[in-house]
Design a protein around this ligand. Structure first.
Ligand code: 3EB
Length: 326
């Protein structure tokens, strides 16, 4: 469902319709409608690095809408929504409202199965105006929205919570009709929603992965959340990017394995080499060459792998990885 477009920016890629575009580039901005689909520009790439556009496509006709800082699109089976939360001294109320508005729209239209979310947070480990870490401030607002809507949505979906180069928060997510999603945890890691409160007043609202059964067109798919060097709830190997990368990869390997998916009632199972649409987030630019080299030996030559030099949600985490198995 993800592709990298050509330069012509047409609405239809290889005969398919665009559900949404997310431009990982040199600047951010309000979400817009562009040639009949939502478009979100996120400031995730420094001036000297190459931008990258993520495109969600579908064979079904797409309808879309724009209201204030929110865009959405639907194809009858899938729902995409993006919201920009403007830079602010304190984020929890604005994030609560942004997620609440988006959840209401998804629920009203019958897309009650959330399956993948991204949260791009400016100055993620910096302090807000009250001296609380911005990531923790964000998590509080998000948790309140999930709490409000827990009767409408079943469980927490796969997610990424990562730094951006801009200010403010960009969030986007995908949902579908009920009955297709299974949320997956990792035996090597404490579920994030059960992290102890020393990591923040409200725990992060996400699952380690979400499995989506086929809608009758494409294959079934496993969406792997942002995964870092965390065992239980502890960061391991602070200061050592290569060992952190090994732990993150081992976490994903266990997460996507047949053995773990069977524990969740699923038939599938994947190897690391099946991971595609990979995003690798690296905190320190000096670590990029080593991380790129190590990843080249792990992911398939056919996989799309994008690298980003951005903040990560704990100051001691140096690298984080997400992807999709089909
Ligand atoms: C972690 O495992 C690392 O807040 O949505 C990974 C994926 C992380 C998603 C989120 C945070 C989020 O806790 C950080």
């Amino acid at each position: 469902m993800v592709e990298t477009p050509g330069e012509d920016g047409r609405d239809v890629l290889a005969g398919r319709n665009v559900l949404a575009r997310i431009a990982y580039g040199h600047h951010g901005g309000r979400p817009t409608l562009y040639r009949g689909s939502p478009r979100l520009d996120v400031h995730m790439v420094a001036q000297d690095a190459t931008p990258f556009t993520e495109v969600w496509v579908t064979d079904r006709p797409v309808r879309c809408g724009l209201q204030d800082n929110l865009v959405y699109a639907e194809d009858g089976q899938h729902f995409f929504c993006a919201v920009r939360v403007a830079p602010s001294g304190v984020y929890r109320d604005a994030v609560h409202t942004a997620y609440g508005t988006a959840f209401r729209l998804a629920a009203q239209r019958g897309y009650t199965e959330l399956f993948r979310m991204w949260n791009l947070v400016g100055d993620i480990t910096g302090d807000n105006a009250e001296g609380t870490e911005i990531y923790q401030d964000f998590c509080t607002g998000r948790a309140r929205a999930f709490d409000d809507w827990s009767d409408h949505f079943d469980g927490l979906p796969a997610a990424t919570g990562i730094g951006s180069l801009g200010a403010g928060v960009d969030l986007y997510f995908l949902a579908c009709r009920p009955g297709r999603a299974t949320h997956v945890e990792n035996p090597r890691q404490t579920p994030a929603y059960r992290y102890p409160d020393r990591y923040g007043a409200a725990p992060p609202s996400f699952a380690r992965a979400t499995h989506l059964t086929s809608d009758g067109y494409g294959p079934s798919t496993l969406y792997v959340s942002g995964t870092a060097s965390i065992l239980g709830d502890d960061t391991v190997h602070p200061g050592d990017v290569e060992r952190q990368l090994d732990v993150a990869l081992a976490n994903i390997e266990t997460l996507v394995s047949r053995e773990n998916l069977r524990e969740h009632g699923l038939d599938d199972g994947y190897a690391l080499a099946a991971l595609d649409c990979v995003k690798v987030y690296v905190r320190d630019a000096e670590h990029l060459p080593a991380v790129r080299a190590a990843c080249a030996g792990v992911f398939s030559d056919d996989a799309d792998v994008a690298f980003f030099n951005v903040g990560i949600c704990r100051p001691d985490l140096l690298v984080e990885i997400e992807g999709i198995c089909r």
